[in-house]
Structure formats: C-alpha cells, structure tokens
Design a protein around this ligand. Structure first.
Ligand code: SF4
Length: 496
C-alpha cells in the first residue's frame, strides 16, 4: 500500500500550489528559500484553521492522532499502517499513491470495511478549491487500496450563535460532496503526472503573472514575481485587472504608456491622464457639493474590529465583526481644535455594550459624523444594537448624521498620482494631504485586530500589552486625524 519513492512526494498542499501555478510548484522543490514564511495574517489564518480542526476532532472522541510532530513523511505512512486495522477514526492518516501523498483531517470507519473522508475547513461555504482538495485526497486513498464511501466537507455552520461552551455538533455542518469529487476525479492523475514533469525540470518554468497569482489564494511568490512592475503599472487600473494583464502581454507596463484608443472606462481614463500629466484630477463642483453636506459640529469616527471563526463571546456568530475600539475627533466649529475621545476595550469580556455606551455619551446629537466607508461602521452599529436594542432609537438619529468620506474618492471626484487605482484612506492620505502611516508601529486594520487579540487573549507580559495598546491608540487616532486632514485638503482645493 505504501512504497517509498525515489522521487519526492507531492502532498496535498503542493498539489494545490501546482494547481495554481507550476512556477510556484517548481520553487517548492528547487528554490524553497524564495518562498517566504507566512506573514502574520497568513499565520493567524493557519492558527485559526488549527483551532477549528481541534474542535472538530471532539466529535470523534475515540479518534487516534497519527504522526503529531513527526516530519518524516515515510514514518507517518508507517505509523498509519500500525493503526489502520483498528478501524477507529484516524486524524491525519497518511497514504500515498503514484507519488501523491495525502493526510485527510478525519478518516472515519463506516460499514462494510469502508471509510468516509472528512476534511474540516474554517469556512462557512463550499468552495471549488475544497472540492479539488478532497478529490486529490480521495484519489490517493482509493489508489492506496481504501474503500471510500463518502467525501465530506465539515464546514462552520453560518447560523451558529454561541451560548455558553461551543458545542461542535452545532458548530459544524457536514456537506456531502461525494458526487462532485467523483465527477472531478479523472482530472487528478494527468495533473499529477504533469506536476512531476515540472518538478523534474532543471530550470524554472516560464509562467507570466496573471489572475492566477491571487486565485484561489494569494501566492507566496507574489513579491518575487511582481517586483519588475513600476509604480503606476497597468495592473492597478481601477476595476481593470483583466485589461492590465492584456496590456502587459502587449509589453505595456505603465499606465501612462497606454495608447490612445485603447478602451478604458471613464475612471481608468482619469488614471491615465493623471499618470501622463503628473497632476491630480479634481472635479471642483462635485467636491464643493460634497463638502457642503458637512455640518458642524463635525465628528470624525473610526472603528476597529476583530472576527474569529470560533466566537469568543455569547450571542456572537462565527466570523462576526466585534468592535473593540473607536477613535472620535470632534471639531465643534471651523476655528476650533479637534477634541479627541477614544475607547479601547480592556480585559476579556464582550466589549460591545461599553462600546455603544461610550459612543452614545460622546457623539454629538447634531452635526455630521464623517466616516470612511460608511457601510462598515453602520453595519457594526446595527449589529451591536441587535444585541442591545435599548440603543436602537439613538442609532436611527445617528444614521441620519453619517457622511461617507470614501464616496468622492470612489467616484474619482479627486484622483491623485500615487493612489494606484485605490480609493482607500491609506492611498488617499499621502497623495492628497502628505501624511502617511509609515511612522506607526501598527499600520493597518488587520494587524490591529491580530495585535489586540494577541495581547488581550494571549499570555503576554503587561509591558508588551501596554506597548500594543499605545500602538493601537496611535493607529486608530491616525485614522480619524487622517479624515480631518483629507477634509481640510479638499477644502483647500475649492473655494468655500
Ligand atoms: S506570483 Fe504568480 S506567476 Fe509567480 S509563482 Fe506565484 S502564481 Fe506563479
């Protein structure tokens, strides 16, 4: 059933890499040093997947863990053989076939000497890549002589709401995907053979960058392969990735070099004009109209949130965004200095009630509330008010005060060199107002969430916790200060 092969195995993760790109697959065997270790965000996703996997195993209390901490693949094959006859649920049981090497999360014995393959995913929906993942594993297991009855994806129940301890029987939903796996099974053998041909190449295959670099996952060689592109390259065309790759194939790297007559949308045309002239595009009447909506006192507001697969608190769903911080700058009149208010939850309790209470106490009842991407803040407030309905009528008033500062940028009422096709505040702030996040220890929201969770729910020395809390305050404060700078810069562009 298991033969030691002279050539290396292709594991499931390598197979999926090869499915995405043969250049990546080749690098995994010939240029491992080119592949960077996972960044903090990717590592957090892995860790979360591991937590979810551990919870799923509780559904199989007599399950046997195989090869934990053993890195020799042949040794794990051998260990599997030692226990497979026991006909117990097996976690990460390893089998190989035709050079493919698979370790499904759970191999569950069923009637007639058969097995169900169960793959656990930290996700609420079936994705094509999961089907291919299971199809590869089923190919290996069946080829290794196992009788497979069903192939199952064990996913997170999107309707789960935590009440007390998380019950895995309610947290997970099983999706029987046997038919889809069977339908895709003929694709595995030729692809595996193709991948082995790539692995045997002395030189890396010449694969051009393209949409596959970000699908289904962001490729770990992204920086390596994309670093030849200059700033303002054609892949940054607004909603124009496919066009960008077509232009690249024609040898056009820079947006400013896009020939006349090439079909561009209105916003892409603005991008090209700004790239050619080096001057920002300013639609003065539209910006004037936007600014006229802003009434004093002006409140600049920004939230930070985290989301975990396994909810940390009662009355919370998987991946629900839980707000843990806000920054609020209030400018009461055109001549007054901004007043700053900040909330950053402490401890390990659900922060949402205090979050709402502080906001309720501090937000002025009149004037405008300026946010960047209104939908985000509004959705979080609505969710919190579902939980604490005593704030619902307050929220009704608040929602009439919202002004979305993202809108003029998303509509290209202003577009400056350096925005690279993005309307995000991180892109707009440097180009329009000359400020950036570069000096901050925390520079984006994803890191803010991870750091918050790490120092509040992990075992971290107090000094480190305080350092991170200061960094979080600086980061969120910069978001609201940034909005003030952006509004001031817009005011400077148009007569008041
Ligand atoms: S970045 Fe793109 S071209 Fe480069 S290895 Fe990854 S998927 Fe392939």
């Amino acid at each position: 059933m298991t033969a030691k092969t002279a050539t290396p195995y292709i594991s499931k993760s390598k197979f999926l890499w090869g499915q995405q790109c043969h250049k990546l697959l080749w690098a995994a065997y010939h240029a491992k040093d080119r592949i960077p270790p996972p960044d903090a965000q990717s590592q957090a996703i892995f860790d979360q997947g591991h937590e979810v996997g551990t919870l799923a195993k509780k559904l199989f209390p007599d399950g046997i863990e195989i090869g934990q901490g053993v890195y020799d693949l042949d040794e794990v094959l051998r260990l599997t053989q030692q226990v497979v006859k026991a006909r117990k649920p097996l976690f990460e049981a390893a089998f190989s076939h035709q050079g493919g090497y698979a370790k499904v999360d759970i191999l569950n014995p069923v009637a007639g000497g058969a097995w169900d393959l169960i793959e656990v995913k930290s996700s609420t929906s079936v994705k094509d890549v999961y089907i291919f993942d299971l199809t590869f594993q089923a190919f290996v297991y069946a080829g290794a002589g196992l009788k497979i009855r069903r192939c199952i994806l064990m996913l997170i129940n999107p309707d789960f709401i935590r009440h007390g301890d998380v019950d895995p029987a309610k947290f997970f939903v099983r999706h029987d995907v046997t038919d889809r796996v069977t339908a895709a099974s003929h694709r595995i053998k030729p692809r595996l053979e193709d991948m082995f041909r790539t692995i045997r190449l002395q030189e890396e295959p010449d694969v051009k960058i393209g949409p596959h670099c970000d699908s289904p996952y962001s490729c770990p060689l992204h920086d390596h392969c994309w670093n030849f592109l200059p700033e303002g390259n054609v892949t940054t065309l607004y909603r124009g990735k496919a066009k960008g790759f077509k232009l690249l194939a024609d040898g056009i790297l820079n947006i400013k070099d896009i020939p006349d007559g090439f079909p561009l949308t209105e916003n892409q045309g603005i991008q090209r004009r700004v790239a050619v002239t080096g001057q920002p595009h300013v639609s003065k009447p539209a910006i004037q109209a936007f600014l006229r909506q802003i009434k004093y006192p002006v409140s600049f507001l920004d939230f930070e949130t985290f989301a975990t697969a396994i909810p940390l608190f009662n009355n919370t769903s998987p991946f629900e965004q839980v707000p843990f911080q806000f920054s609020l700058h209030i400018v009461r009149s055109p001549d007054s200095q901004p007043e700053h208010r900040m909330f950053l939850a402490d401890g390990r309790d659900d922060p949402r009630l205090e979050f709402l209470q502080r906001l309720h106490d501090w937000l002025p009842e009149t004037g405008s509330i300026v946010v960047y991407n209104q939908q985000f803040e509004q959705s979080r407030l609505r969710e919190c008010c579902q939980l604490h309905p005593q704030f619902k009528s307050w929220l009704t008033g608040v929602e009439t005060q919202f002004i979305d500062l993202l809108k003029p940028f998303r509509a290209f009422r202003y577009y400056g060199p350096g925005q690279c096709g993005s309307a995000s505040m991180k892109s707009v702030l440097p180009t329009l107002a000359g400020h950036s996040y570069d000096h901050l220890a925390i520079q984006e929201g994803g890191t803010a969430s991870l750091e918050y969770l790490r120092v509040h729910f992990g075992d971290v020395p107090e000094a480190e916790r305080q350092r991170v809390r200061r960094a979080l305050e600086a980061y969120c404060g910069q978001d609201t200060f940034g909005m003030i700078w952006i509004v001031e810069a817009l005011q400077g562009l148009v007569p008041q």
